[in-house]
Design a binder for this molecule. Structure first.
Ligand SMILES: Cc1ncc(C[n+]2csc(CCOP(=O)(O)OP(=O)(O)O)c2C)c(N)n1
Ligand SMILES: [Mg+2]
Length: 310
């Protein structure tokens, strides 16, 4: 496996504004390949962590790996050696149960040592199964109680603006969080306060704990809902790196202290990249047998290398 420390030195250096970057870079083949490689490593880390516990929210981590790689590898401004750096952009994981994917991204970003991932979910680990801000460097909020991330993000974005900060706030939501009234109150608040420094991304994997989203609570049409709440709204294939990069570039080009908040709605597939897991029943919290983990890793690598060779 490729070493992951320090892969992110470009995004660490606050030299250009986000608008400069969006205008200059374009979605080049090199960029797509670089961030796809990061997403592959995030998936690999997630499988390794899942094996420590024998089960977990592995399907979500695989599905959201491309989103997380895009944010950490391409968009977020941070200093790996100083997670509390005041001028950092904030990434708020409001879905605490996605922590396994977030830890993998933090390792890829060099904020958490890769070796530490094997402590995932163990006693005294800094990497508990649900994301906790007091435990983990780079974890801005404790997000297990769903539907609160966007409300916190709105407060943070407003506070940063009052301070004259150029930092942006990113909030990662799941489609289950669209069931929550608090999410929509926050969406209204963000529009009211014209929080152009706020970008939300929603992992629309069409799944929740109790079944498919359209059977639990039909939230579609979500694109029109966000638009009607006044947000700059884009909907993309959340497992297509070129589409993701373009959408995040578009959002970055809009980012300003005062303006429209941005949302990127990402349709993803649970278990993406590992065919053995892609169509599994009970995908919300997967039990994976001991002998299956190696198969999962092999399928992931075969798929990635097959794609890379094309
Ligand atoms: C406020 C709140 N209500 C209920 C739960 C229990 N819960 C944990 S995960 C989950 C599913 C939410 O949907 P989503 O995040 O889309 O699920 P996934 O895609 O991970 O299967 C629920 C209801 C919770 N954590 N917080
Ligand atoms: Mg879901």
């Amino acid at each position: 496996m490729t070493a992951t420390h320090g892969t992110n030195t470009e995004s660490v250096m606050p030299v250009q504004t986000v608008q400069d970057r969006a205008a200059q870079n374009g979605v080049t083949k090199e960029r797509v390949e670089k961030i796809s490689a990061a997403a592959y490593r995030i998936r690999h880390h997630a499988l390794n962590m899942g094996e420590v516990q024998g089960q977990g929210y592995v399907g979500q981590a695989l599905g959201a790996a491309d989103m997380l790689a895009t944010v950490y590898g391409d968009q977020l401004r941070f200093r790996a050696e100083d997670p509390h750096w005041n001028a950092r952009d904030r990434f708020l994981l409001s879905t605490g149960h996605y922590a396994i994917g977030h830890y993998a991204a933090l390792a890829e970003a060099g904020i958490v040592p890769v070796e530490e991932l094997e402590t995932y979910g163990s006693d005294d680990s800094r990497l508990p199964m649900s994301g906790m801000s007091t435990y983990t460097p780079g974890m801005e909020v404790s997000g297990g109680s769903l539907g609160h991330g966007l409300t916190i993000a709105v407060g943070m974005a407003l506070g940063l603006r009052y301070q004259g900060s150029g930092s942006r706030v990113f909030n990662f939501l799941s489609d289950g969080e669209l069931d929550e009234g608090s999410t929509w109150e926050a969406a209204m608040g963000a529009h009211h306060h014209q929080l152009g420094n706020l970008t939300a991304m929603v992992d629309i994997n069409a799944l929740q704990a109790d079944g498919k989203t359209d059977t639990v609570l039909r939230t579609e049409p979500v694109t029109e809902k966000w638009e009607s709440f006044g947000w700059y709204t884009q909907r993309v294939d959340g497992n297509n790196m070129a589409e993701l990069l373009q959408a995040f570039d578009n959002a970055a080009a809009q980012a300003a202290a005062v303006g429209r908040p941005s949302v990127i709605l990402c349709d993803t597939k649970v278990g993406r990249g590992v065919p053995l897991l892609e169509d599994r029943e009970k995908a919300h919290f997967m039990r994976i047998e001991e002998h299956e983990w190696q198969t999962c890793r092999e399928q992931l690598t075969a798929g990635y290398e097959g794609k890379a060779a094309r």
